[in-house]
Design a protein around this ligand. Structure first.
Ligand code: GSH
Length: 208
């Protein structure tokens, strides 16, 4: 049983999708980041970095509750624990880890900055908009090349790498990206989007 402290953002949705794909028991506890609920003492004990998502596995190592934060780490923990969404073979497993890190280190932080400067920033700063839009577009190109002739991002199977990337790709319009420009990503996107587990994960917590 997982207690999931979350809000339906790109990082948050990864976890809701993962538990639905894994078909495990969970309960979502909304943390309204727009209202600053990530800064409460209670939430800070779960994630000292004060960002969603955070998770408690009530049946962690030794049968004790185990607290996790950082979406990539949570995905790896769940995949390893349930023996799904990440292959056991070392070279294939690290293919998944590499593309998961591509998302955590690039196709996330830069896209997030593009969202901020293109949409949210009260002041339109051309330098920042250009910098993050250009890097976002480059990262989409890397992903498109990767998906040429491939059904899934890594290891020839649906994995936590696909789960991590998809909710960020969902926000393509916020990034000034059209799926038509990246045909390999578009085919993959449609493939991921039609998975029942993904649909259930997205529906599990609608935007507040
Ligand atoms: N690297 C972290 C990033 C988490 C993150 O940035 N969460 C955002 C929502 S997507 C958040 O909590 N923002 C609220 C804030 O920054 O105060 C992860 O992947 O878990």
């Amino acid at each position: 049983m997982y207690d999931i402290y979350n809000w339906p953002t790109s990082n948050g949705r990864k976890i809701n999708i993962a538990v639905e794909e894994l078909e495990v028991d969970y309960k979502i506890h909304p943390i309204a980041i727009g209202k600053g609920q990530q800064f409460t003492n209670e939430f800070t004990t779960l994630n000292p970095n004060q960002k969603i998502p955070a998770v408690i596995d009530q049946d962690g190592p030794g049968g004790l509750p185990y607290v996790l934060f950082e979406s990539g780490a949570i995905l790896m923990y769940m995949a390893e624990k349930h023996g799904k969404l990440m292959p056991s073979d070392t070279s294939m497993r690290y293919e998944v880890v590499q593309w998961l890190m591509f998302q955590m280190g690039g196709f996330g932080p830069n896209l997030g900055q593009a969202h901020h400067f293109r949409r949210a920033a009260p002041e339109k700063v051309p330098y920042a908009i250009n910098r993050f839009t250009k890097e976002t577009r480059r990262l989409w190109g890397v992903l498109d090349d990767r998906l040429k002739g491939q059904q899934w991002v890594a290891a020839n199977e649906f994995s936590i790498a696909d789960i991590a990337i998809f909710p960020w790709a969902m926000r393509h319009e916020w990034q000034g990206i059209s799926l038509e420009e990246f045909p390999n990503v578009k085919c993959w996107y449609e493939r991921v989007d039609e998975r029942p587990g993904v649909r259930r994960g997205l529906a599990a917590q609608l935007p507040g």
